[in-house]
Design a protein. Structure first.
Ligand code: ADP
Length: 398
């Protein structure tokens, strides 16, 4: 079975073609600058060199046509014809309260994704365009929507309700939704497999730390709390996003700096986080380098980040009355030894004892807690595309 996974952003479209029998990625790529001049496509066929080309793609449909030509091309192709593709899985960012799991796309599903546009105005529209572009190219091939928010729909009301006038929840659906759900779900399941335990008997804290970062408390296989909220702005500091701040700061800086609410929104989303504090970069590798060179603000940025993640770990252990395993994933979680060390050290009081040598030599999936640590600490590379492909296979063959 061949499954195409699509992740459509406002001006980009990422794709991976899976052969499900051995879960192999036959081809993958990225179309950039859709709808903007200077479009570019990067395509990689399994076992071959990268193919790159400049090609203008005025619409997502045009980008899908480029993808389809590449996937079937003489030099670049992984299939003889697009009819060999059995189903398409789409990453859809926001499913609101409509979806607590992945679904086969039909008219009702499309309407519900449309209704969630006000909750994710930058993400849901391109996701829908991606679905429509695939219908144009692939006809009636089954399509499945996999939502970033779905995994967190199991949160109890006490975790998702904000202490605002109730009408904002009731009439405007202002509540915690949480994101990165596909990643939290994947690493929680893998952790159970690696530990040889049943997910239903585990209390897990999953730390997805990339450009955007979020933590989740996963109890008996269900997300019971997560750090991102109504939008991905809440929670720990991120590359450029502020994470939690006192909401009163917004009025204060608007008045002092004489700026509009849109400018504040941009500051909180694009100019804050570790970039904002350090003034150096949103990339943790650059920050490590800057710290090595004695940059005090870069050091402060990393201090604030690690301290915030650590506080969430404590909070989630309290919420679940314990933690059997702490899991690190995504760009920073998988690769940044020092950040993992700073976050995971000093947690012996809650049964999590880091082995510094194992942490330093971690590579791929591994346990980095000491042999006699009651709770385990793991690094698990995330694979959201594989989850989307697997869900798509399951739903498309039902
Ligand atoms: P996104 O949220 O955009 O998917 P990633 O999960 O790729 O982002 O995370 C990006 C972050 O991961 C960057 O801050 C970068 O420093 C870090 N990172 C990615 N790869 C590496 C690596 N090989 N070594 C150290 N840090 C890395």
């Amino acid at each position: 079975m061949r499954i195409l996974v699509i992740n459509a952003g406002s001006s980009s479209l990422k794709y991976q073609l899976f052969r499900m029998e051995d879960q192999r990625v036959l081809a993958k790529g990225l179309c950039e600058r859709i709808g903007i001049e200077g479009g570019r496509v990067i395509h990689k066929l399994d076992g071959r060199d990268k193919y790159q080309a400049m090609v203008d793609m005025p619409t997502h449909s045009a980008a899908m046509k480029v993808v389809s030509d590449l996937l079937t091309g003489h030099e670049t192709g992984a299939v003889r014809s697009m009819s060999e593709i059995d189903a398409v899985g789409h990453r859809v960012v926001h499913g609101g309260e409509y979806f607590n799991e992945s679904v086969v796309v039909d008219d009702k599903v499309i309407s519900a994704i449309e209704e969630c546009i006000p909750l994710a105005p930058l993400h849901n529209p391109p996701n829908l365009i991606g679905i429509r572009a695939c219908s144009e190219i692939l006809g009636s091939v089954p399509q499945v929507a996999v939502f970033d928010t779905a995994f967190h729909q199991t949160m109890p009301q006490m975790a998702y309700l904000y202490s605002l006038p109730y009408k904002y929840y009731e009439h405007m659906k202002v509540r915690r939704y949480g994101f990165h759900g596909t990643s939290h779900r994947y690493v929680a399941c893998r952790a159970a497999e690696i530990l040889g335990r049943d997910l239903s008997g585990l209390k897990l804290i999953t730390c997805h730390m990339g450009n955007g970062s979020s933590l989740a408390a996963v109890k008996e296989g269900s997300s019971i709390d997560t750090s991102m909220g109504f939008t991905p702005l809440e929670g720990v500091p991120m590359g450029t996003r502020s994470g939690n701040i006192d909401p009163a700061i917004i009025k204060f800086i608007m008045e002092k700096d004489d700026i509009t609410i849109d400018e504040v929104d941009k500051i909180l989303n694009k100019k804050s986080g570790v970039l904002g504090i350090s003034g150096v970069s949103s990339d943790f590798r650059d920050l490590d380098q800057a710290v090595e060179n004695g940059n005090e603000r870069a050091r402060a940025a990393l201090d604030v980040f690690c301290y915030s993640v650590k506080k969430y770990i404590g909070a989630y252990a309290a919420a679940m009355a314990g933690c059997d395993a702490l899991i690190f994933t995504a760009g920073v979680g998988e690769n940044n030894i020092l950040i993992r060390e700073r976050i995971a050290s000093g947690l012996a009081y809650m049964g999590l004892e880091l082995d510094e040598d194992k942490n330093r030599s971690a590579n791929g999936e591994c346990v980095i807690s000491s042999g006699n640590s009651p709770g385990k600490i793991l690094v698990i590379p995330t694979n959201e595309e594989l989850v989307i492909a697997t869900d798509t296979q399951r739903l498309a063959t039902n």
